[in-house]
Design a protein around this ligand. Structure first.
Ligand SMILES: NC(=O)c1ccc[n+]([C@@H]2O[C@H](COP(=O)([O-])OP(=O)(O)OC[C@H]3O[C@@H](n4cnc5c(N)ncnc54)[C@H](O)[C@@H]3O)[C@@H](O)[C@H]2O)c1
Ligand SMILES: O=C[C@H](O)CS(=O)(=O)O
Length: 485
């Protein structure tokens, strides 16, 4: 299926130049809906990464020296350019990642919103004047940009996961080297095209592709780079955090999740089913905040399962993301299919019941039917691991205390959700759940104005909101003496 290639680059963007890898090696990029090769990107290593860091380092002082208004102006132009080209950017994103066109446009709009939000926040990097304990001396606190930032991002939101970082970095006065997933590099390289178009100075934004562990190691170990920000699996996050910490870099980690979705007997059934579908099946179940465990209180369990099955089978339509009417794109690759199948077979072998879906869909690409299993229990893999696919597992519970214990029984702590119409229960459960994000009677809650971050093995730091700028700033305390009496 053809797509708009206006923003498609098969070279990397370093110091304002588009180049191949030093080795001339390249990586094939596959369309998950068809299995066809879309194009290739350079397989870069340490030398190219070091050059990108050098470029970002050279660009840092002039970028930091710009006024907040000047940086904000260029950021607004960047957001405007993204929105002016949303159709081409969305088609490119659909082709490399698979999500339906409407979801791709939603992601790109969300990305532009992050950049616009931080353009506004750039003007609010306030300091403090603190009453001095000493006569004749002044105490000043200022906030300054960290410097060169290394960003490594995942394939499931190839545009907005970059925007969430880039917006805060540019607003703070930082420069950036971005390494996207090798599965979805084109949406990231498009930021190089956009940066050129709006006049963001050379070296402020650099985007390279290639050998992830090698590029990551150079980022963590290069003294010119002062902060690592990573979005991806907990496994990789721990590797990077350990190396970066050893080289005393600031780190932000947005990692894996295992979201509980709790439905109490008193919940609005239609709202709970709609919220569960939105949370579980958005991006074909490939988001870090997807409902991974759906806990339903006994009194409403059968009605919820029946309504969920009816709605999923009536409304969710797997198909190529570029085709009108498709609501479910493919999962990213065969490994994803294997993990979903493994979780499904494990659940069925331990007493679960398949009530909908359960098979690969179609003959081309990596599509999997929206699937529902009832009778799920805590000993199943789906209770312990992030499925990252369109598989909904329904667990039964009896009491509020049991639901909270089950929901918190995980090493993850990113998002959680619960549905109730009892006000007292809203505050009890909201306070008891050990997560960074809480949806109360809502299944999708992400917005640029609110902090997004996990606890426990889901990471550290927050992205978006006024809090998202703090991770890109250092606090400086100045004591000014010699002022006479
Ligand atoms: N918390 C969040 O905001 C958030 C958002 C999106 C995805 N995620 C998580 O990301 C995971 C899915 O994304 P993924 O499969 O791309 O994750 P991943 O960890 O496999 O890859 C993420 C990025 O890390 C790179 N990478 C892989 N191994 C590396 C290494 N040894 N050193 C340096 N870089 C390395 C990859 O090339 C990619 O760019 C899921 O666990 C999901 O929950 C979290
Ligand atoms: O997958 C993780 C993303 O952060 C999901 S969201 O679009 O930001 O909710």
């Amino acid at each position: 299926m053809s797509f708009d290639k206006t923003f498609m680059k098969e070279t990397v963007f370093i110091a304002g130049a588009w180049t191949a890898a030093d080795s001339k090696d390249s990586i094939d990029v596959i369309n998950p809906a068809t299995g066809e090769t879309i194009g290739t990107v350079p397989n870069c290593g340490r030398a190219e990464t070091a050059r990108a860091i050098d470029a970002a380092h050279a660009a840092f002082a002039p970028w930091k020296a710009k006024t907040a208004g000047e940086r904000a102006g260029l950021m607004q132009k960047l957001a405007d350019e993204i929105m002016a080209n949303i159709d081409a950017l969305a088609e490119l994103l659909v082709t490399e990642m698979g999500k339906p066109l409407a979801e791709a446009k939603g992601e790109i709009t969300g990305g532009a919103n992050y950049i616009r939000f931080f353009a506004e926040e750039a003007r609010r990097v306030y300091g403090d004047i603190i009453p001095s304990p000493w006569a004749g001396k002044k105490i000043m606190v200022t906030k300054e940009p960290v410097g060169v930032v290394g960003a490594i991002t995942p394939w499931n939101f190839p545009n907005s996961m970059i925007a969430r970082k880039l917006g805060a970095a540019l607003a703070a006065g930082c420069t950036m080297v971005i390494k996207p997933s090798e599965l979805t590099p084109f949406s990231a390289l498009a930021y190089g095209v956009l940066a050129e178009k709006v006049g963001i100075p050379t070296g402020v934004i650099n985007v390279l592709t290639g050998d992830a562990p090698v590029i990551g190691a150079e980022m963590c170990e290069n003294p010119k780079l002062r902060k690592m920000t990573f979005t991806g699996s907990t496994r990789v996050g721990k590797l990077l955090a350990s190396n970066a910490a050893g080289h005393m870099k600031k780190i932000s980690m947005e990692l894996g999740g295992n979201a509980p979705f709790i439905v109490f007997d008193d919940a609005d059934l239609d709202a709970a089913v709609a919220g569960a579908i939105a949370s579980k099946f958005r991006n074909s179940g490939q988001t870090c905040v997807c409902a991974n465990r759906i806990y339903v209180q006994s009194g409403i369990y059968d009605a919820f399962a029946a309504k969920l099955k009816e709605t999923v089978e009536a409304e969710l339509i797997p198909g190529n993301g570029m085709s009108a009417g498709s609501t479910q794109g493919p999962v990213i690759d065969d490994r994803a299919i294997s993990k979903i199948t493994d979780h499904l077979q494990d659940a069925l072998s331990k007493g679960g019941t398949l009530i909908s879906g359960g098979e690969r869909a179609g003959t081309a690409g990596t599509f999997f039917q929206p699937t529902i299993v009832t009778g799920a229990t805590s000993d199943m893999k789906i209770a312990r691991e992030e499925t990252f696919g369109p598989l909904a597992a329904l667990f039964r519970f009896e009491t509020e205390e049991e639901a909270i214990q089950l929901a918190n029984d995980t090493e993850y702590g990113l998002a959680c959700y619960f549905y109730t119409q009892q006000l007292g229960r809203v505050f009890r459960v909201m306070e008891a759940l050990e997560y960074g994000l809480v949806g109360v009677n809502e299944g999708v809650i992400t917005t640029e104005v609110a902090p997004f971050g996990g606890v426990k093995d889901s990471g550290m730091g927050n992205e978006g909101s006024k809090y998202g700028l703090d991770d890109y700033l250092n606090i400086k305390y100045s004591c000014i003496g010699g002022l006479g009496q």
